[in-house]
Write a new protein. Structure first.
Length: 383
């Protein structure tokens, strides 16, 4: 049995957390299964090989899907490619677990939905299962996209929306509601690794920037975002809290981390943190006394571990996440003043707040566990 985990990578730590969360569940759901991953610029061979993953031949490109060429290969050639080089093809996959996070909707263009429809059709034709794990969807305003989406859902075994708004985007597009479910982000079931660092033994504040907050924005909005992060660091330092600026996504966020550090270059208690291991990233977030995050999975990692987290948003998925944890006041606007931040600062050590986060986390973890039980029940080795 071959299981592909789709939509994951090794640079964005949120995507890598989802990869590890799925691997954790695979050990229980499909203990004898072989893992398969697609190559990509953020998913290099050495990283995939460390997981013992089979290599899926990349025959799907920006505007072309060449997977039909596999039919021209004799079966013994495909068999030898797998035995000798660990190379498999899309038609060899038994179960696809799509953990894309947020990849299908108007923001990403029409090719995402187009290829999703083609991939789900191919898997179904081969008696396999395609499961879209909890993620954000939509909106889908083009009728052609809605048609492709309906095809994709019809060919899928299960489709999990991460929030009610995403669920409604699927429903409004006319998708088969018998296939649709709602479940929370499943990285809440994943534990961070142990930390052996003196900085983690004291109260510290964490800041996680996100390039998406400035991508395509006006100069005023970019400046507001940078000023808001600087305001957060300044207020933390006035309270004598060390501040760690955590890079959650490689080069794309590195410039923001460095630029922010340069504003406080004379302050040794403000530093940039760049752990490579996503479980270490989660551990640092779990040890923080307060987090400011613009990365979705930075917010999830904090809230699910009972850590107060000031968030900023560039997508509807943030609003629903904070509603799930009953702390929507912690999602702030770019024009938030020092007074707004100070008010949240005074609550960060509140036992009442931490208990509330932990209670909501327990409920959401149970929902995620139930989701995996249904996935296990509905998927099996192809006939």
């Amino acid at each position: 049995m071959i299981v592909e985990i789709k939509g994951v990578q090794f640079v964005n730590k949120g995507a890598e957390l989802m990869l590890h969360a799925v691997l954790q569940q695979m050990k229980q759901l499909y203990p004898d299964a072989e893992l398969a991953l697609l190559p990509g610029p953020n998913s290099p061979y050495k990283k995939r090989a460390l997981l013992g993953a089979l290599q899926i031949a990349p025959l799907q490109f920006y505007r072309a899907d060449l997977n039909w060429l596999v039919a021209c290969l004799p079966s013994f050639v495909r068999r030898k490619l797998r035995q000798w080089f660990g190379i498999v093809f899309q038609c060899d996959i038994d179960v696809v677990l799509d953990a894309s996070g947020f990849a299908y909707g108007d923001r990403w263009g029409r090719f995402g939905v187009k290829f999703l429809a083609a991939n789900t059709r191919r898997v179904r034709q081969n008696q396999g299962h395609y499961v879209l794990l909890p993620q954000a969807f939509g909106p889908f305003t083009a009728s052609s996209d809605q048609a492709k989406l309906r095809q994709a859902v019809a060919n899928s075994t299960l489709v999990f929306a991460r929030d009610a708004e995403s669920f409604n985007y699927l429903k409004d597009a006319g998708c088969d509601e018998n296939k649709l479910r709602q479940a929370p982000d499943f990285t809440n079931l994943l534990h961070g690794s142990a930390l052996d660092d003196e900085r983690a033994k004291q109260f510290f504040a964490l800041l996680i920037p996100n390039y998406q907050m400035i991508k395509g924005k006006t100069a005023i909005e970019v400046q507001q975002y940078k000023q808001l992060m600087a305001r957060y660091v300044k207020l933390c330092r006035e309270k004598d809290w060390p501040v760690l600026i955590l890079n959650h996504e490689g080069d794309i966020d590195q410039a923001l981390c460095v630029e922010l550090k340069q504003q406080f270059q004379q302050d040794e208690m403000v530093s940039v943190l760049q752990p490579d291991d996503p479980l270490t990233v989660k551990a640092w977030i779990g040890h923080a006394g307060l987090v400011f995050s613009s990365r979705f999975h930075g917010c999830v990692s904090a809230l699910s571990q009972g850590v107060p987290c000031i968030g900023t948003s560039w997508s509807h998925k943030y609003q629903h996440l904070y509603a799930d944890y009953a702390c929507t006041e912690w999602l702030v606007g770019l024009d938030s003043s020092e007074e707004v931040l100070e008010k949240l600062f005074t609550q960060c050590s509140s036992d009442e707040l931490k208990n509330s986060l932990q209670q909501h986390s327990a409920k959401l973890q149970q929902l995620a566990a139930n989701m995996w039980l249904e996935v296990a029940d509905k998927t099996s080795v192809r006939a």
